[in-house]
Ligand binder design. Structure first.
Ligand SMILES: Cc1cc2nc3c(=O)[nH]c(=O)nc-3n(C[C@H](O)[C@H](O)[C@H](O)COP(=O)(O)OP(=O)(O)OC[C@H]3O[C@@H](n4cnc5c(N)ncnc54)[C@H](O)[C@@H]3O)c2cc1C
Length: 434
């Protein structure tokens, strides 16, 4: 009964200004106390069908976020893409006030205290944003910079960095990759040398999403000269400290509205208390943090893949060649059916991995498989669909070309396909023995 009341309240409030905040913080939070893994049965699969993972609360959350995206984000996307950046502080404040930046974070830091399946639901819904760059920037804030802080950080650090990141008052970035170290995270060179009760940081980071606008960085640095998997630490680094320099924002082929910075550190002094968890555990924490990043990325891309297929169906249904719609050629509708089948297979893998993850299992292998498949499918699907748009697909006037460029990143960022294969092989125990 409580579930139905909540869903009803969501619908009734759909047009009110306070809708987002209410449905997120009051509706979803109060309902979350009754959350069970029991799937909801309904005659309307769109709202809450026989879903393996999502309950009515997930659908209420998704519905609320969709409205926010349609009203506050999508109308501006073309402009932000053209400008090469989006106003992260403004957009994050809107999302944070509505409760979407910390659905699985503890309530004492402003989160909704829900399990990770709700983050996956949010990630899926963010796929409705009409570009890849803004969802990626949001994902960096929610699921790439803060998992380790939420899990291992001190109270003081969580108050200073986690809480304002969840409320949308601070923009976060992740500093792992460097000019000389991307796939091989263990070979990073940035050093944080302890001097008294401070670390002095020298080095630089490359490819830092949100870097030009961020208030703080979750920085991976070498804090000793020990073995590469045990000499690193994660440090909360305010970006306004003397010695932090934004060298440039990088001109990319896609993800245009997301700023990607190269950052240098020149004798940056940060208190030792800004370390997340234990010194020397940074590599391990970062590897754990990558699991959420990868599941999040898969969830996010699934919706985009659905949109690409749907937009392609619409276009090819009205575009006629050789006296009939492009869609009616069997090569076309069969191909789209094949691609949709692949999307559903990936979705099943994601839900399976997520269901295991929220029960406390290590899903490194499954998350790596899902990320690998997502990268490959995104390339295959966006390429196949673009083909059916003919010359239109090669213009900047249609969404398909933007996604074609944006989705190319999935096979590279957050661990390239080959890195995923290496992890899977490790779990399959098929790597050559040293
Ligand atoms: C737009 C964008 C945003 C990003 N955002 C962030 C961010 O916010 N924070 C951050 O820390 N990083 C970020 N990255 C960095 C990203 O994670 C790295 O680009 C990625 O890990 C690959 O590292 P690399 O570019 O140094 O490529 P390299 O490590 O030089 O690898 C090059 C290629 O080698 C191949 N390769 C890798 N390993 C193997 C192997 N074992 N066997 C065979 N071939 C292999 C792969 O095809 C790979 O693409 C971002 C990157 C981009 C492009």
């Amino acid at each position: 009964m409580a579930l139905l009341e909540g869903a009803l309240r969501v619908n009734l409030l759909a047009n009110s200004r306070s809708f987002y905040k209410f449905t997120s913080f009051v509706g979803v939070r109060s309902l979350s106390e009754n959350v069970s893994s029991k799937p909801v049965t309904s005659s309307s699969p769109e709202v809450a069908g026989d879903h393996v993972l999502y309950t009515q609360e997930h659908f209420a959350l998704k519905d609320s976020l969709k409205k926010l995206i349609d009203q506050e984000i999508n109308p501006h996307v073309d402009q932000w893409e053209a400008e090469g950046k989006f106003p992260a502080h403004k957009v994050f404040k809107i999302l944070g006030s509505a409760g979407f930046l910390g659905v699985n974070r503890p309530a004492e830091y402003g989160g909704l205290g829900l399990d990770y399946s709700y983050s996956i639901a949010v990630a899926e819904e963010l796929g409705n944003i009409r570009c890849g760059g803004i969802p990626m920037a949001i994902g960096v804030q929610t699921d790439m910079t803060t998992p380790a802080l939420a899990r291992f950080g001190s109270e003081e650090l969580k108050k200073e960095f986690l809480l304002p990141s969840i409320s949308g008052d601070k923009v976060a970035c992740l500093g792992v990759s460097e000019v000389g170290a991307g796939s091989d995270v263990s070979s990073i060179k940035t050093k944080a040398v302890r001097k008294g009760d401070e670390y002095v940081i020298n080095g630089g980071k490359m490819w830092t999403t949100n870097g030009a606008q961020a208030d703080w960085m979750c920085l991976l640095a070498n804090t000793s000269d020990g073995p590469p998997h045990r000499n690193k630490s994660l440090i909360c680094l305010p970006m306004n400290l003397p010695g932090v320099h934004i060298a440039r924002t990088i001109d990319k082929i896609g993800m245009k509205s997301s700023d990607t910075a190269q950052v240098f550190f020149d004798d940056v002094r940060v208190p030792c208390k800004n370390i997340i968890g234990q010194e020397g555990m940074g590599f391990t924490y970062q590897m754990l943090q990558f699991q959420e990043e990868r599941l999040w990325a898969v969830a996010n891309v699934l919706t985009t893949l659905d949109i690409i297929i749907q937009e392609t169906i619409q276009y090819t249904r009205q575009r006629k060649i050789f006296t009939q719609p492009v869609l009616y050629h069997q090569a076309v509708h069969f191909r789209l059916a094949e691609l949709q089948t692949e999307v559903e297979l990936l979705r099943s893998l994601l839900y399976h991995a997520t269901a295991l993850y929220i029960k406390g299992n290590d899903v490194t292998k499954l998350a790596s498989m899902a990320k690998l498949k997502a990268g490959r499918l995104a390339r295959e699907l966006s390429d196949s669909c673009l083909q059916y748009w003919g010359g239109m697909g090669f213009t900047n006037d249609v969404l398909i070309s933007r996604f074609y460029r944006d989705l190319r990143l999935i096979s590279i960022g957050g661990g390239a396909d080959e890195v995923m294969l290496g992890i899977i092989c490790k779990y399959m125990d098929t790597l050559p023995r040293k």
